[in-house]
Ligand binder design. Sequence first.
Ligand SMILES: Cc1cc2nc3c(=O)[nH]c(=O)nc-3n(C[C@H](O)[C@H](O)[C@H](O)COP(=O)(O)O)c2cc1C
Length: 161
Amino acid sequence: MNVLIVIETCFGNTAQVAEAVTNGLTSRGATVSVVKAHECRPEHVQGVDLLLVGAPTHNRGLPGPASRRLAVTQGANPPATGVAEWLEELPKYGYQGKAAAFDSVSGTTFWNGSAAKKIQKKLVRVIDDVAEPESFLVVAAEGPSAAGELERAEKWGASLV
Ligand SMILES: Cc1cc2nc3c(=O)[nH]c(=O)nc-3n(C[C@H](O)[C@H](O)[C@H](O)COP(=O)(O)O)c2cc1C
């Protein structure tokens, strides 16, 4: 199985989750590429069977220009564009394999929101086979991941194959 993981990350936590998910996927024999959303082009999805899209939760949803600027004031180094902008282009990719969304988030209440749920809503508009989204906890905005979350991410990755 060929897997493409498209991510955005400000402090590196979502990238670490993607790495753990990659470990789970490769343990089941999958071939995995991780690409930053602002660098992802249509040719990256050629031959892909499973597309995973991950981002940090900002303001209960996906990062945007204003929340990325706020993250910079907290010491992050985000790219100018990310998953939200990339998802706008996805319909042009013609991708029709499986897909799933994940995020990093600092809590699990309604008020925390979830970038993964927002990604999921965009994915189901263009892709038929979309699995349930998954969230992984960080202990503070800059991280690190909460205890056990990277292990859970690895198991989630393995479960997708
Ligand atoms: C501008 C900004 C807004 C945030 N908003 C939320 C939020 O609404 N809910 C939440 O649980 N965490 C929120 N967080 C914490 C992020 O989810 C956390 O920084 C992120 O998961 C870290 O992932 P990253 O290292 O990949 O950027 C926010 C962080 C920033 C910088």
